[in-house]
Design a protein around this ligand. Structure first.
Ligand code: C5P
Length: 237
């Protein structure tokens, strides 16, 4: 495993447009998670002030913004999201090197510690979908190509599936943050996730951050669910 950037690698995905509920969950799980993720639905429905309120709970925040536009526009958006006090945000690597460099510089100008990571190929896309949008298949080669471009562009890491951890680590090395969704504790409901891995297996493979949504936030008691996962991975850490 590469050097851990956060002492607890669990980031809980607050996938809800209900701010009071999100704040309640954020406060209750805080002792058991390393951070929280807010996504496009949350940010678009509730706006920057809601993000500030989540930041104010004291947990590091990953804003899953997935920006993709011309460099000047992405730079402006990156500055705006970084200024909210979040700890990590992301953009699409397929926006290219100039876009990634512009985003990094703009974000660092207002928040020097913010981490910027990239999305390579959305896990919802298969080889046939890449053909349709004119990207080279197979998807696993495109993932590596874009991860290498991300590193070259000076970003801090990528979002990847647990099954992509080993090839990316092999190609890029340890100094690259791998943020991994699609995590399911043994026996948990898979819901719409298909290629999942348990928290401890993903850490053993070299994940830095585990993004875990429904197994925590949809549990009857999110704090208990988060504690069980935190206790399980403490064995690995
Ligand atoms: O509930 P679950 O654990 O499946 O949530 C995973 C979170 O990670 C969701 O917020 C989802 O949007 C996000 N995500 C993902 N797969 C990706 C990228 C992001 O599941 N490839």
């Amino acid at each position: 495993m590469s050097a851990a950037r956060f002492s607890n690698p669990i980031f809980a995905a607050l996938d809800t447009p209900d701010l009071p509920r999100a704040l309640e969950i954020a406060k209750s799980i805080r002792p058991h998670v390393g951070g929280l993720k807010v996504g496009l639905e949350f940010i678009t429905a509730l706006g920057p002030d809601a993000v500030r309120q989540i930041v104010a709970t004291g947990s590091p925040i990953f804003a899953d913004t997935k920006f993709h536009d011309i460099p000047n526009t992405v730079a402006g958006a990156s500055k705006a999201i970084a200024a909210l006090g979040i700890s990590i945000f992301n953009i699409h690597a397929s926006g290219g090197e100039a876009m990634m460099r512009a985003a990094k510089d703009a974000a660092a100008s207002v928040n020097p510690n913010v981490k910027l990571i990239a999305v390579t190929v959305l896990t919802s896309l298969e080889d046939s979908d890449l053909d349709a949008v004119g990207q080279k298949k197979p998807a696993r080669d495109q993932v590596l190509r874009l991860a290498e471009l991300t590193k070259k562009s000076g970003l801090d890491g990528v979002v990847c599936s647990a099954h992509e951890i080993e090839p990316i680590r092999k190609a890029i090395g340890p100094d690259f943050m791998l943020v991994v969704p699609g995590i399911r504790p043994a026996g948990a409901d898979l819901a719409d996730q298909k290629r999942v891995m348990t928290p401890s297996d993903a850490l053993k493979k070299g994940a830095d951050i585990l993004v875990i949504g429904r197994p925590i936030v949809a549990a009857k008691d999110p704090a208990v669910a988060a504690k069980i996962i935190a206790d399980e991975i403490a064995v690995v850490a």
